[in-house]
Design a protein around this ligand. Structure first.
Ligand SMILES: *Cc1c(COP(=O)(O)O)cnc(C)c1O
Length: 341
């Protein structure tokens, strides 16, 4: 199992996530960019670190100095990696990316054999594996995964058996067990979310996925406004009764989507408090008329559990037209993080 810790661990902290996974026995890590791989290796973590989204010729030295595994899909860069390896008297393992239908990174399936042979011929390089990426494995009923996997299997049959072929993301891991192969790359599921956003999918094997991240704030002001009061910028909400408001020091600057204006909800005293009016850059007003004794300093949970109630990244994503991945990155990467075991 490879732990995908790109995007600063999907907002959860790349280093903390990687160490938690390392403690659990994981020795394979995936990042998107080289700079993330360098940062992770500098922590002294063991195991193999894959750099997924490519690199520039000027950056090649870092793969050697920080013992990183490049994912490759360009012949010129592969030749440059080999030249470097020879100069340093080193050997570098690379994995070859193939595009099985995502139309994103990777060489064409027909090119794999020749490309793999080139890597094997080039001094100083070792081909460790071949990988691809699913376009729609979050959808259990989509035929796309089957089609892509058929292409990938054919590619894998054409290369040495000793190579590690890997394609499964969280969708593959949860929905298509036959795609696991020797290695699978878990991202969103590591953080406690199903890739599809569907609750039924949150139950995997024997266990249930438990969302790892909570996003909370504290009430900075409570006030009562009369009937007919316009709330926040543009007065997009007008009260229809005397209304008690709690003001939260959270806004879109903190990654809390402005599109939650007049439709989002937060938890206070274990109850649901709807957002009234627009979410501002740094402030949001919620209705606490029906929640007793809300005071300055009370904890408001904007994502997570409080009492019996829960707001998930999928709930927020559904209201804002996106996916949990984006909500987790936005909230996690724009706020102070506190880690609890
Ligand atoms: C992000 C990523 C994954 C993990 O995807 P999830 O849907 O989050 O599980 C796997 N492989 C590659 C190449 C990725 O970029």
């Amino acid at each position: 199992m490879l732990a995908m810790v790109k995007g600063d661990g999907y907002g959860h902290g790349m280093i903390e996530t990687a160490f938690a996974c390392h403690d659990a026995g994981c020795r394979l890590f995936g990042v998107a960019e080289l700079v993330e791989g360098i940062k992770l290796r500098k922590t002294g973590i063991g195991g193999e670190i894959f750099v997924m989204v490519g690199f520039a010729a000027e950056q090649i030295d870092y793969f050697f100095s920080h013992d990183l595994t490049p994912v490759v899909f360009d012949k010129d860069l592969v030749k440059k990696l080999s030249e470097r390896a020879v100069k340093k008297g080193a050997e570098l393992t690379v994995h070859l990316k193939v595009d099985c239908g995502m139309s994103r990174l990777g060489v064409e399936p027909e090119e794999v054999k020749e490309f793999a042979a080139l890597i094997e011929e080039l001094p100083g390089l070792k081909l460790g594996g071949v990988l691809s990426h699913f376009a729609a494995a979050d959808d259990v009923s989509s035929p796309i995964t089957e089609q892509m996997f058929t292409v990938f299997q054919k590619v894998c049959e054409g290369v040495e058996d000793s190579l590690t072929c890997h394609i499964a993301n969280s969708g593959g891991i949860i929905n298509f067990p036959k795609t696991h192969g020797k290695m699978a790359r878990a991202g969103i599921s590591l953080y406690g979310y199903p890739p599809s956003g569907e609750k039924e999918q949150a139950v995997v094997g024997e266990g249930e996925l438990i969302p790892a991240m909570t996003f909370s704030s504290r009430v900075v002001m409570v006030k009562t406004v009369g009937k007919g009061a316009g709330i926040s910028y543009g007065h997009t909400f007008i009260t229809t009764r005397e209304t008690r408001l709690a003001v939260l020091p959270v806004g879109y600057e903190d990654g809390y989507p402005r599109s939650l204006s007049n439709c989002g909800v937060v938890l206070l005293h274990g109850k649901r408090a709807p957002i009234l009016g627009r979410v501002c850059m740094n402030l949001t007003m919620v209705d606490v008329t029906d929640i007793e004794d809300v005071k300055i300093g009370d904890e408001a949970v904007l994502m997570g559990k409080q009492g019996e109630e829960i707001i998930t990244a999928d709930d927020i994503a559904a209201l804002t037209g996106t996916i949990s991945y984006e909500i987790l990155c936005m909230l996690g990467n724009n706020n102070e993080r506190v880690f609890v075991e």
